[in-house]
Design a protein around this ligand. Structure first.
Ligand code: ATP
Ligand code: MG
Length: 202
């Protein structure tokens, strides 16, 4: 496998619509200075989404994944991307360092999606997706087991603790990928990945 040249990690924040991906990405980008790569924005900007034929759901876009990857290839090579998208297995594993699957209580998710005005069919499809753990399974199938972490997003304190956990993981990643002196200069402790609770309990 070729050596990693990026100096900041690429992190996917994925999960069923409404679980809290964007909320996490925004907070994490603000805290770390990494870039929030909102795939919805990329799709809009490059016009790479085709409207679905579903009359119940005309706003849903079918995304051309090859074109999407072309659009973000340079960003991924550069590193430091927090990828916000409700799918994850299209991103090449060699470009990805951590996959966070955001989860949410079913009733809470139902209420959030209902509040958005989702129709019954779309609401049920998304609820099934969460109940069947579709995104968690997709992440586990596509990436190494120790790269995939499940996180709950039900309260604001969940967001704080998840973001803190990811920040700690980023510090450790930088230490393990040649940024040790910079991290130590910032006064961080000397923990390594193996000591990281994310991997012990993720
Ligand atoms: N941990 C949380 N505590 C309280 N509210 C939350 C939490 N996580 C998400 N929410 C709320 O749930 C709603 C959906 O969150 P958000 O937009 O981040 O989800 P998303 O996964 O990005 O959805 P989509 O896939 O449709 O973009 C928002 O109103 C947000 O404020
Ligand atoms: Mg979002």
């Amino acid at each position: 496998m070729p050596a990693i040249t990026r100096t900041d990690p690429n992190i996917i924040i994925t999960g069923t619509p409404g679980v809290g991906k964007t909320t996490h990405c925004q907070e994490l980008a603000q805290k770390t200075g990494l870039h929030h790569l909102d795939i919805n924005e990329v799709v809009k900007k490059h016009n790479i989404g085709e409207s679905s034929n579903d009359p119940d759901d005309p706003n849903t876009k079918i995304v051309d994944e090859d074109r999407l990857l072309d659009c973000i290839e340079n960003d991924l090579e550069e590193g430091g991307q927090i990828i916000d998208w409700h799918a994850c297995d299209l991103f090449p594993p060699s470009m990805i360092d951590l996959v966070c699957v955001v989860r949410c209580d079913n009733q809470m998710l139902y209420d959030r999606l209902k509040q958005r005005g989702y129709g019954e069919k779309k609401l049920q499809e998304n609820m099934d997706c969460e109940i069947m753990e579709v995104l968690l399974q997709e992440a586990r199938d596509a990436y190494d087991e120790d790269m995939v972490v499940e996180m709950r997003s039900e309260s604001t304190s969940d967001i704080d603790s998840n973001v803190e956990r990811i920040e700690q993981w980023i510090q450790n990643w930088k230490k393990d990928h040649g940024k040790a002196s910079e991290v130590e200069a910032q006064g961080q402790d000397g923990k390594r990945d193996e000591d990281d609770p994310m991997f012990l309990h993720g």
